[in-house]
Write a protein that binds this ligand. Sequence first.
Ligand code: FAD
Ligand code: NAP
Length: 333
Amino acid sequence: MNKSLRPFNTFGIEAGAKRIIEINSVPQLRAVLKELTEPFYVLGGGSNILLLNDLEGVVLKMSIPEIKIERSFKHAVYLSAGGGVNWHQLVLFSVKNDLGGLENLSLIPGTVGASPMQNIGAYGVEIKDVFHKLEAVEIATGKVKIFRKKALAFGYRNSVFKNKLKGKYIIAKVWFKLSKPPHRLRLSYGAIKTVLSASGIDQPTIQDISDAVIKIRSEKLPDPKEIGNAGSFFKNPVIDVKSFSKLQADYAEIPHYPQVDGTVKLPAAWLIERCGWKGKRIGDTGTHVRQALVLVNYGKAKGAEIHALALKIQESVRQKFKISLEMEVNIWQ
Ligand code: FAD
Ligand code: NAP
């Protein structure tokens, strides 16, 4: 293998690929797809992948640039960004220009192009709330296609690109519909309110919210530059009310969040912690001391070792709570 992928994945896993081709435009992407005869992998910021071994193929590193204000109306602005734009840079741009909607999603690693894949979300907001449309290139034909919101079938950490259209398109550009002031602020997450009131802010701006989210995240989540990780390794399970009632009978203190469709979301971190995994270390892998949902690489862990730990955690949670945790991180092999 010629090219190390270690700098290209936030887990910091040492694995190789035959080549890395940087993609800077749609015409170049189409030309590359036409020429390629080997298997390939589409890479953004590498913050949601786990490399199990060397890749028998080529990596297309998405670097299509540019943030642009496309159209501006009295109450709304349409903003577009190339698939290779850093997500947090886009959020900072929107906040600086007083465009509302992305502020709760501050400091999420990765690229704009990957954001619709799992409908990224945090602190009560998902990109589906501000998504307008996207442009993608069909891998089989090189055709450029526009997808509007309905076609993406967004769900909790889910979209059509993780299901029916998995591996079929490469996202080149995304448009968002953002608000002009007065903004509708999303303060439903307790921690945001706590940080704002500790700073004496009772009439927050979107800048205040972004700052609060950055503060909370910096204190709670491990920085991949210091300790390899890919954020939450598993999705928070969503179960039906009947199963929840049974669970609550045994664990009265279980934290839970009723959903609008009548189901109940449980924090996977709590389930994992209750199985005794929080802060546990096996060799160079483990779960983070402050957040059991985040699996970490203490230095030289192999992807397969982190994967083996994830399987053990899944099994413990299944045994104790009869709940199947679904992996959120994309496994590459
Ligand atoms: P990558 O890891 O490079 O790729 C992820 C998947 O998307 C791969 O399957 C890849 O093939 C595919 N892909 C990437 N780009 C494209 C493209 N242009 N076209 C088609 N397919 C593509 N996620 C959240 O939702 N909320 C959070 O709050 C959050 N916090 C995190 C905190 C930390 C510390 C870390 C490390 C991760 C966190 N994540 C979070 C996960 C991650 O940041 C997101 O999933 C992010 O969108 C991944 O972007 P990426 O560019 O790094 O994607
Ligand atoms: P947290 O605040 O400790 O909460 C634990 C879980 O309970 C969250 O994952 C969240 O589900 C749910 N929750 C908490 N308060 C809620 C509320 N008021 N309404 C509905 N659900 C609530 O979580 P955290 O680990 O510190 O993360 C904070 C936010 O950043 C969360 O939104 C989380 O999803 C996001 N995050 C995501 C990743 C990732 O890689 N995907 C990594 C780090 C942080 P939700 O996840 O549905 O919000």
